[in-house]
Ligand binder design. Structure first.
Ligand SMILES: Nc1ncnc2c1ncn2[C@@H]1O[C@H](COP(=O)(O)OS(=O)(=O)O)[C@@H](OP(=O)(O)O)[C@H]1O
Ligand SMILES: [Mg+2]
Ligand SMILES: [Mg+2]
Ligand SMILES: [Mg+2]
Length: 457
């Protein structure tokens, strides 16, 4: 009981429905109602009780406050915290995976004209906007648009240009084709097909700027867009942040291979897989959704599915765990494919100095985080060029998945990543280091300090 009480005290404002005791109160059927006794008088709007005792409420036991105590009835939720949010997020990401698979097939088999450049020259496709619109629409339908805030990577600037009518039409069609199948993923289909304005609104709704207070979703509709357009790895990343902490993370990885070795078929992956394994309805061949809820000590993977009933959340999910390898000589590290996104020479020096002998596993997107959580690699390092600010949507979902799978994620100074400062990981010390275990992590952090000053970063 004390541990429940202790965690209750900090979680009370969000997780529990609190009411003053009324005469006709009856405990709920799950029996998870509690009397909370405070040592001193506090108002109903109390936030963090300091001293209290807790006793379980049931039909046979009558609890009374002692002198000087205030009594309240607390009804614990019948299900775990964030369970509805997690369920909706996993289903939404499953649906987005299907959308992306179709667009990627199309991209690879058809000729160019479907990849666009943003102002910073980074690529964006129909899939990026369509996933953002679809996930945003589904979250709004599930929780009410007035109750949600979303930080999303994409905006509508390029789609709103006079010469972008064709592009916008393609996005609207892609979104509607996906939402037609919403019931298979446990969502309602819109009463009418979404129009241009609905889609633009859904994309624009993801304009929250995050911050330290309250709850917001973080969405990277296609992470690793470069991998996506090259027929390679990419991820759909959705996380929920509350009061600056990532409380749940979902990573859809439609090309995640069943066999670890295939993670390294960089660029040729799609061709190899389609030759070796013509697509079948048995979805373990490739594609998983990874997810975790903070503090649960568990992380999961579920095969990508197309809405088959027996595979709906949480069916068919398997627990994942980080690798137990702690000897650098046996460990594999992964990093971004593009040198422009992370210094390959610096990580090569680090790897050498800690005794990592295996070739780096260069993989696009947050699939790298998934690979650590899944136990397919032991270390992930990213050292962007000086001045580049890491965005929260490139990390949030991955961090909680690795942590709950038993791993460690920090910046190069050993500090946790700070998701409370807006769109960027402000104050990030040099780079991101994720490891399967504390021993590897310690070695790498130490090696960064030893080689940083002589590096050109
Ligand atoms: N210059 C620079 N440095 C560091 N990071 C950058 C940089 N430019 C972009 N980005 C962000 O990196 C995201 C892709 O990261 P990856 O690890 O997938 O990189 S790579 O494609 O494998 O090289 C990529 O995410 P997506 O845009 O969602 O693909 C960007 O947010
Ligand atoms: Mg991008
Ligand atoms: Mg990204
Ligand atoms: Mg992206």
């Amino acid at each position: 009981m004390p541990s429940f009480g202790a965690s209750l005290a900090t979680r009370l404002p969000h997780a529990f429905w609190v009411q003053s005791r009324s005469n006709n109160f009856t405990p709920n059927s799950a029996g998870n109602s509690f009397f909370l006794f405070f040592d001193s008088q506090r108002s109903l709007g109390l936030t963090k009780p300091i001293n209290f005792s807790l006793s379980k409420c049931n039909q046979t036991r009558v609890c009374s406050p002692m002198e000087g105590q205030t009594q309240m009835v607390v009804t614990a939720p019948e299900t775990e915290e964030y369970s509805k949010e997690l369920e909706v997020a996993v289903r939404a990401v499953q649906m987005a995976c299907l959308l992306c698979q179709r667009v990627q097939e199309n991209l690879i088999t058809k000729t160019n004209g479907q990849v666009h450049s943003k102002d910073d020259n980074s690529p964006v496709t129909i899939a990026d906007w369509s996933v953002q619109a679809t996930v945003s629409w589904v979250l709004a339908e599930s929780f009410g648009s007035e109750n949600i805030a979303i930080v999303g990577e994409e905006d509508v600037q390029a789609l709103s240009k006079a010469n972008a009518a064709g592009l916008l039409e393609a996005v609207v069609n892609t979104v509607n084709n996906c939402l037609v199948e919403a019931p298979r993923f446990g969502f309602k289909t819109p009463l009418m097909s979404l129009g241009t304005l609905d889609v633009l609104e859904a994309i624009s709704r993801c304009n929250s700027t995050g911050g330290p207070v309250g709850r917001f979703w973080v969405l990277d509709p296609v992470d690793g867009t470069l991998g996506f357009v090259r027929g390679d790895q990419y991820a759909i990343a959705l996380a929920l942040i509350e009061d600056g902490e990532v409380v749940l993370g979902v990573l859809g990885c439609p090309n995640y291979p069943m066999r670890k070795e295939w993670l390294s078929y960089h660029n040729r992956y799609h061709r190899i897989i389609s030759k070796l394994n013509p697509p079948t309805s048995e979805s373990w061949e490739r594609g998983c959704v990874f997810y975790a809820r903070r503090g649960s000590g568990k992380a999961w993977m579920q095969p990508i599915h197309h809405g088959e009933k027996n595979l709906l959340w949480p069916n068919n999910a398997r627990k994942i765990q980080v690798s137990s390898i702690d000897d650098p000589a046996l460990a594999t590290f992964c990093e971004p494919v593009e040198k422009a996104n992370s210094s390959h020479s610096f990580t090569a020096g680090l790897a050498h100095s800690v005794g990592l002998r295996n070739q780096p596993l260069r993989v696009y997107s947050m699939v790298k985080y998934a690979a650590i959580g899944r136990g397919h690699a032991e270390v992930f390092m990213k050292f962007a060029r000086a001045g580049y600010k890491e965005k929260i949507w490139d990390h949030a979902a991955g961090v909680v998945i690795i942590q709950e799978a038993g791993g460690v994620v920090t910046d190069a100074g050993g500090h946790p990543l700070d998701f409370s400062k807006g769109l960027y990981l402000e104050g990030l010390d040099r780079g991101v280091i994720a490891c399967a275990g504390a021993k590897l992590h310690e070695k790498i952090i130490g090696a960064v300090d030893a080689s940083w000053n002589s590096s050109s970063l």
